[in-house]
Design a protein around this ligand. Structure first.
Ligand code: ADP
Length: 759
């Protein structure tokens, strides 16, 4: 009798079971023989022969007999009775000695009952297998099974219960209980199989769905392309955007954002509240240029020619621009330092920006920052706001249609701050080369590279530009034009432009130099040429009407007609006074329109030493008056009584001139000195300079404009602070030729030169 130790297998009495021939050989050490008697004994835990001891076994086994040794490598064994192992001796490898006694079942079932239960389970098994394709084979195999015990031992490998639970089936003495346990095992098996199969089926159907969706999408795209090509007019908006996104070359983040908006548009449909916003957004983001333009090498000669052609004068500005282009060429970059053009209106700041674009062969955009108060104006509104829009910067870039335009940011000095954020700090980010390659407009919500944009800023003055912004920029002054320059600009540029605009030929209108001079002098009062251009436009319009009546005529504009044709009174200029009078001195002021002369008037009236200041002076200028009074008192101690017995009245007329700043110091001092000494200062002298109590004349700003204004007003001699002599380089030669410019260090220098003191 061969002893077969088994582990984790269901062996039951009176059942047919299958055993692999190879396993039999390795467990028993011999080849199986037909009709060989066997005893199955159950090992408690998985072990090798060497590890086995007498305690390794459970106390109940089962007898059996080999009924078939199949050529396909398995044995058929029929088991008979259960046995109790009374004693066990392990003698060596494959050599175990047992004493056994038969173990009887209790609570036996009738054969009918056994059969009935078996049939029930069999029906369930059939049902299970009938549901699946693979079940057919298994079903036919199971159909040959004759008993529950056989069934459960076939299932043995797939049962979820432990080795010990499997042994418990054999150890159970009550046949009824054993049958119930077996049924339970089989039902569990059925449930688990069903669950596993269902889960697998679901997974398979999920995968199938995904593959199917992908295939359909591919197919749709292909068909859609075909359709679009056949019928381009009927392409839907969504489709248009789809194609635009594909073509745009946007970066990954932008593409994702655009696709998100597009999907929303698809879902929401055309008539939803949000669709308009989504439409605008997609339109904006797809019409932006996402392409990086190649840096071109600019021929300096050609660039110089363009600048020269379009603007007269401005030599320093042009030189600086050419330098910038040269540096950009060398560094192979499309942007460089940020230039800030500062000067009065109409001095050509914006238009030279346009010429720079032309010289660089790039697109030009002008973005006006005047009146910008909110950060959102620069950086855009978030799309959650109703009526959200991109900021002015991105809007400008989009309009240019390229990623490297020349952008003129006009009027940076007119930025202001409000409760809704500081636009200047947003602008700082735009201009900062460290940050602007990922500038994120709130509306776009994706970064855009501004590093190839060439920014140029313009301003009328830099007083109101926030310091951090000013630090980023390189200031270039536009100091205004002289009378002669204006004549040249009018002749070479403005008149031609006006005539072109009105459709007039050069031969059809005559404006003599004298007339032009009068237009400039009497009908404009500015540092730039903007009003001049307007006047010329008006005259050309008048000529156009005349020519429309009779185009053979030649229209000649005469000086005496100007008042009527321009429909305005000649501008009244402050002109130097005809007579000189003690206590009145001409000063020079800087204004946004260039320069102006102004008169400082002083007068003693009977009183008690009061100081009266009129003419709406600012605080700094009021202080200058006090410094002037103290200086004069200390310089002319013998006149002390005058100050005690009188009130001193200081008045500054000239309503249009802003009156603050320290530069009238020397004029005030001279005027009061003139008053106390009774010595009048020549009316064609003018002066500018700050003074201190040490009686030193200190430097001022805006010298070129002031000197130009002096010349215009008929001044012959001008006193300027000695420290400003360097600034004379910026002053037009014509102005320097016409004026006698006297640099002064001390107040006494001026008093001596003007004849107030003689020693
Ligand atoms: P700003 O920006 O300084 O206010 P603009 O650039 O708008 O001035 O100039 C106003 C007008 O004057 C433009 O038509 C411009 O072409 C013309 N202009 C200004 N300066 C010159 C110049 N130096 N040569 C030719 N035209 C000029």
């Amino acid at each position: 009798m061969t002893i077969v130790p088994i582990y984790n297998k269901v062996v039951l009495p009176k059942a047919k079971m299958f055993f692999m021939t190879d396993s039999f050989k390795s467990v028993c050490g011999t080849a199986p023989q037909m009709d060989e008697n066997l005893v199955f004994i159950v090992v408690k835990k998985s072990s090798t022969w060497q590890e086995l001891t007498e305690d390794s076994f459970y106390p109940i086994g089962v007898k059996g007999k080999i009924t078939e040794v199949n050529a396909n490598g398995y044995l058929v064994i029929e088991t008979t009775d259960r046995v109790t192992i009374d004693s066990i001796t392990i003698k060596g490898m494959y050599d175990i000695e047992l004493t056994l006694s038969k173990r009887v079942d209790i609570d036996e079932m009738t054969p009918d009952e056994v059969q009935r239960r078996f049939k029930n389970v069999q029906t369930k098994i059939k049902e299970l297998f009938s549901q699946y394709k693979w079940g057919m084979m298994a079903g036919s195999y199971f159909a040959g099974i004759q008993s529950l015990a056989e069934m459960v031992s076939v299932m043995s490998r797939w049962l979820q219960n432990s080795a010990e639970e499997k042994y418990q089936l054999l150890a159970e003495d009550s046949q009824t209980t054993r049958t119930e346990l077996i049924e339970q095992c089989i039902y569990e098996y059925i449930e688990i199989t069903q669950l596993t199969v269902e889960a697998e089926a679901e997974q398979a159907s999920d995968n199938k769905k995904i593959y199917r969706k992908m295939a359909i999408q591919k197919q749709m795209k292909y068909l859609q392309n075909e359709l679009d090509e056949l019928n381009p007019e009927s392409v839907s908006d969504v489709r248009k955007f789809e194609m635009a996104i594909e073509k745009s070359g946007m970066n990954e983040t932008a593409r994702k954002e655009a696709e998100k908006a597009l999907n929303r548009l698809k879902q929401e449909g055309k008539n939803s509240a949000e669709s308009g916003m989504l439409y605008d957004y997609l339109d904006f983001i797809t019409s932006l240029s996402w392409k990086k333009e190649k840096a071109q090498t600019i021929k300096l000669k050609k660039a110089e020619k363009v600048l020269e052609e379009e603007h007269f004068g401005l030599d320093k500005v042009k030189k600086r621009i050419i330098e910038q282009i040269a540096v950009m060429n060398l560094k192979k970059k499309q942007s460089g330092s940020i230039l800030l053009f500062v000067g009065a209106p109409g001095t050509g700041k914006t238009s030279i920006g346009k010429s720079i674009a032309k010289a660089l062969n790039r697109k030009y955009v002008r973005i006006s920052l005047g009146g910008v108060r909110d950060e959102a104006d620069i950086r855009g509104h978030r799309r959650t706001y109703i009526g959200a829009m991109p900021g002015r910067i991105m809007d400008g870039i989009q309009k240019s249609g390229v990623s490297n335009p020349v952008v003129v940011l006009d009027e940076v000095d007119k930025l202001s701050t409000s409760y809704s954020g500081d636009p200047a700090s947003a602008l700082l980010e735009v201009l900062d080369p460290e940050q602007n390659n990922t500038f994120t407009d709130h509306y776009m919500n994706v970064p855009y590279d501004l590093s190839d944009v060439l920014f140029i800023c313009t301003a009328n003055s830099f007083d109101t530009i926030p310091a951090p912004l000013l630090n980023r920029m390189e200031v270039i002054q536009f100091s205004g034009y002289t009378q002669t320059e204006k004549m040249q600009i009018a002749r070479k540029h403005l008149l031609r432009k006006s005539m072109e605009a009105m459709g007039i030929q050069e031969t059809q209108i005559v404006i003599s130099d004298e007339v032009l001079e009068s237009i400039i002098w009497d009908y404009t009062g500015e540092a730039g040429v903007r009003t001049l251009k307007k006047r010329l436009d008006t005259l050309c319009r008048y000529a156009a009407v005349e020519l429309a009546r009779d185009d053979t005529k030649v229209i000649e504009i005469k000086e005496e007609d100007l008042r009527e044709k321009l429909d305005m009174r000649p501008v009244s200029h402050e002109h130097v006074l005809a007579e000189k009078k003690p206590g009145i001195v001409t000063g020079l002021a800087w204004t946004q329109n260039g320069g102006e002369i102004l008169f400082i008037e002083t007068l003693f009236t009977k009183g008690s030493g009061q100081l009266l200041i009129t003419g709406q002076l600012g605080d700094v200028m009021k202080e200058s008056v006090r410094i002037a009074v103290s200086l004069v008192k200390s310089m002319f101690p013998d006149k002390a009584d005058l100050f005690k017995e009188n009130d001193l009245h200081v008045h500054v007329p000239a309503g249009a001139v802003p009156k603050d700043g320290p530069s009238a110091g020397i004029t005030l001092t001279t005027a009061i000195a003139s008053l106390v000494t009774g010595r009048a200062v020549s009316s064609d002298y003018a002066m500018t300079g700050e003074v201190s109590l040490r009686s030193v004349v200190t430097p001022i700003g805006g010298l070129p404009e002031k000197l130009m204004a002096a010349l215009r007003a008929g001044v012959k001699k001008v006193f300027i602070p000695a420290e400003n002599v360097d600034d004379l380089r910026d002053v037009d030669q014509e102005v320097k030729d016409e004026l006698t410019i006297i640099p002064v260090k001390e107040v006494t220098d001026v008093l001596r030169e003007t004849g107030i003191i003689t020693n």
